[in-house]
Design a protein around this ligand. Sequence first.
Ligand code: 5GP
Ligand code: ZN
Length: 113
Amino acid sequence: MRDKNCIFCKIANKEINSNLILETEDYLAFHDLNPQAPKHALLIPKKHFSSLNHADDIELLGKLMIGAKEVAEKLNIKEAYRLVINTGEGAGQTVFHIHIHILGGRPLEWPPG
Ligand code: 5GP
Ligand code: ZN
């Protein structure tokens, strides 16, 4: 269920502080330590999956999508925001506990880098 060396499991367990935006029994959202936009949050399930490729809980994945739009609403970016799930080192994944980036507060270019 949890990986004792995983930084996001530690955040989920409140062993490491984070700047919380919202929390339910299934997930929590907090501000990214190194924001890439004026508004940059991370949404993580409390249950550990190392990436989207390892996440097989359909109900939980659905809840995360609903949670993501609630985070966008809380951050006042519901008119324009982007969700990103970096999957695999080659795509920029650095923390191997599935997370959704929620970015907004500036124009977001397309295609992304
Ligand atoms: P990834 O590169 O895996 O898609 O995203 C990991 C994100 O986690 C990065 O944007 C990084 O800034 C953020 N991050 C890493 N460690 C911490 C931490 O301890 N606290 C917070 N709030 N964000 C973190
Ligand atoms: Zn974890």
